[in-house]
Design a protein around this ligand. Structure first.
Ligand code: KG4
Ligand code: ZN
Length: 336
């Protein structure tokens, strides 16, 4: 089966082709228009997707060495995401599926991130899935392939958003996570004590807005710090506190569910410190499944593999399926 995956939910126009469980070709066009604004500007994002979608699909199909007529199905992110951005991908994919007369499936972006780690692997249930990106900090329990129940999510900012906002304050362009990581390499995290949100034992929810404000207040000199510190120290402390918060919640989720298999995915998993801390869990007998670093941030590969899984299950979408800015994964978006 040859499946085309299309992802346009945020600021990446990303397309991939997978065939019989193998990745054949993929490309990601990351929009640059947002850099100077310190975050994604929805209106600019949808316009840029509309400009790039056709050439991106054409490039991937050529790289794959296939004809459009070789495709057996199309998978496209149908939510959650920026409505205008999702609409570009969904509308394009629908037109293509109509033209080629092949099935189409709308994919939940959060599930796509999970498949960014699993790729062609059958979902190894039961497992805990944590998705940490610019828009999401969510934990799920999956006990049946393709079914998820929410364990906890952020009440306010996402982990990636916290990286981005503090990076913006420090003068870096969007996305800020990689800049904070680079800065943190030369910093001393122990110089600044930042708070872990929702620390209470038993709680599986997240909150990062208190951490963000605390970091900004230290940076602005509103909150005094006992020793001298540099922006590098602030970056190191922020990075460590975010990683420790996520680890704390993962441990709590494993304790509550008694499930010792983890899939951790999303842009923040590209962070070296966080990756290392997660990987260390395997020394405690936890099975850890992480995406390759290049598959952490948004890409078409994860959508194509999620699509292959759904199409094989027979979860086709009706032609009228909508683009959805809000699309809970645990409410079975594939139910017809
Ligand atoms: O998954 P993704 O590409 O988009 C969403 O679905 O949101 O994640 C993007 C997020 C941004 O907030 C970005 O700053 C963060 O992932 N990110 C990182 C790193 N690379 C990307 N955060 C920390 N360290 C990194 N190395
Ligand atoms: Zn994403």
């Amino acid at each position: 089966m040859t499946v085309l995956g299309i992802e346009t939910s945020c600021d990446d126009t990303a397309v991939a082709v997978v065939r019989n469980g193998e990745l054949i070709a993929d490309t990601v066009y990351s929009q640059l228009v947002h850099q100077k604004w310190g975050g994604v500007v929805p209106e600019l994002a949808s316009r840029d997707h509309a400009k790039k979608i056709l050439t991106t699909v054409r490039t991937v199909v050529e790289d794959a060495g296939i004809e459009l007529s070789d495709l057996d199905g199309i998978a496209v992110t149908s939510g959650p995401g920026l409505l205008g951005s999702v609409l570009v991908g969904v509308t394009f994919a629908k037109a293509l599926s109509w033209m080629l007369d092949i099935p189409i499936v709308g994919i939940n972006h959060i599930e796509a991130h999970i498949f960014g780690a699993l790729l062609d692997r059958k979902p190894p249930v039961p497992f805990i899935a944590m998705i940490v990106s610019g828009g999401h900090t969510h934990m799920y329990l999956s006990e049946k392939p393709g079914e998820y129940s929410l364990l906890g999510k952020t009440r306010d900012d996402a982990a990636g958003e916290t990286f981005d906002k503090v990076a913006k304050f420090l003068g870096f362009p969007y996305p800020g996570g990689p800049h904070i990581q680079k800065l943190a390499e030369k910093g001393d995290a122990s110089k600044i004590d930042l708070p872990i949100g929702m620390k209470r034992p038993g709680n599986l929810e997240f909150s990062f807005s208190g951490l963000k404000t605390a970091a900004l207040n230290v940076g602005k000199g509103i909150t005094p710090v006992e020793t001298d510190f540099t922006p590098e120290d602030l970056a190191a402390s922020l990075q460590e506190t975010i990683a420790d918060t996520l680890l704390l919640k993962i441990r709590e989720a494993m304790k509550q569910t008694d499930v010792k298999r983890l899939v951790v995915s999303g842009g923040v998993v590209a962070n070296s410190l966080f990756r290392r801390k997660i990987e260390e869990l395997s020394q405690e007998g936890v099975e850890v499944i992480l995406p390759l670093r290049k598959h952490c941030t948004d890409n078409g590969v994860m959508v194509a593999f999620a699509g292959a899984f759904r199409l094989e299950k027979g979860d086709l979408s009706p032609v009228s399926f909508p683009a959805r800015p809000v699309m809970p994964l645990d409410k079975n978006p594939y139910a017809r």
